[in-house]
Design a protein around this ligand. Structure first.
Ligand SMILES: CC(C)(COP(=O)(O)OP(=O)(O)OC[C@H]1O[C@@H](n2cnc3c(N)ncnc32)[C@H](O)[C@@H]1OP(=O)(O)O)[C@@H](O)C(=O)NCCC(=O)NCCS
Length: 174
């Protein structure tokens, strides 16, 4: 598959439906094997819809990037400028709230481009620290973030459906 015919851009309201579909597909692909159908369904119903993603795309405290190939979204990332856990060593950091790539495109350089877009956007918002939460049972994502200089500074609970899970909190100084 060619990677030179992709476009990385800021999401627009017209992306909401395709983004909701991509968000649910990539979440399920990543985590369905390790979670119950009920928990997956509850999380997806509470998180992904044309209305939810449409609202997120327009929020001033969010920035959403999408990667498009031949008219189809294949990856996305979302920054959220807001409160952070106390273990994050900065009182005005920014969060990478979501970073998901369609499984076909893992290991093909799409995720690093999205990460760089997030770091550049953080820098242009005059941020010095980027943080994120990643499930402790997601070694590939942890390895990916570590490649970019993120280190673990703590942990918190992230509830998927009814299942309280442990997310590692990682941060990167930019
Ligand atoms: C996390 C994600 C965005 C990373 O994108 P990617 O294209 O897979 O990332 P890369 O291939 O550049 O980097 C992953 C690294 O983990 C390594 N890796 C792969 N499988 C691994 C495993 N089971 N354990 C540890 N490391 C692993 C890869 O070899 C690679 O390291 P390398 O570049 O030194 O070889 C992508 O895998 C994804 O979308 N996953 C599903 C959704 C998800 O988990 N999102 C993050 C939620 S916090």
């Amino acid at each position: 598959m060619r990677v030179d015919d992709i476009t990385l851009r800021v999401a627009v309201p017209g992306d909401a439906r395709a983004l909701a579909e991509l968000a649910e597909v990539t979440f399920r692909a990543a985590f369905a094997a390790q979670n119950t159908d009920e928990d997956m369904q509850a999380h997806c119903a509470a998180s992904y819809s044309e209305a939810f993603q449409g609202a997120e795309i327009q929020r001033a405290d969010y920035q959403t990037f999408v990667v498009e190939r031949r008219g189809r979204l294949i990856a996305y990332a979302q920054l959220r400028d807001g409160a952070a856990p106390a273990c994050v060593s900065d009182d005005s950091p920014i969060e990478i709230q979501r970073l998901y790539v369609d499984a076909t495109w893992h290991g093909k350089g799409i995720a690093p481009r999205l990460m760089q877009a997030c770091l550049d956007a953080a820098e242009s918002r005059v941020k010095k620290t980027v943080w994120l939460g990643v499930w402790e049972q997601n070694p590939r994502a942890i390895a990916f973030y570590t490649k970019f200089g993120f280190t673990q500074v703590g942990a918190h609970t992230f509830v998927v459906g009814s299942d309280p899970q442990t997310d590692l909190i990682m941060q990167c100084l930019i």
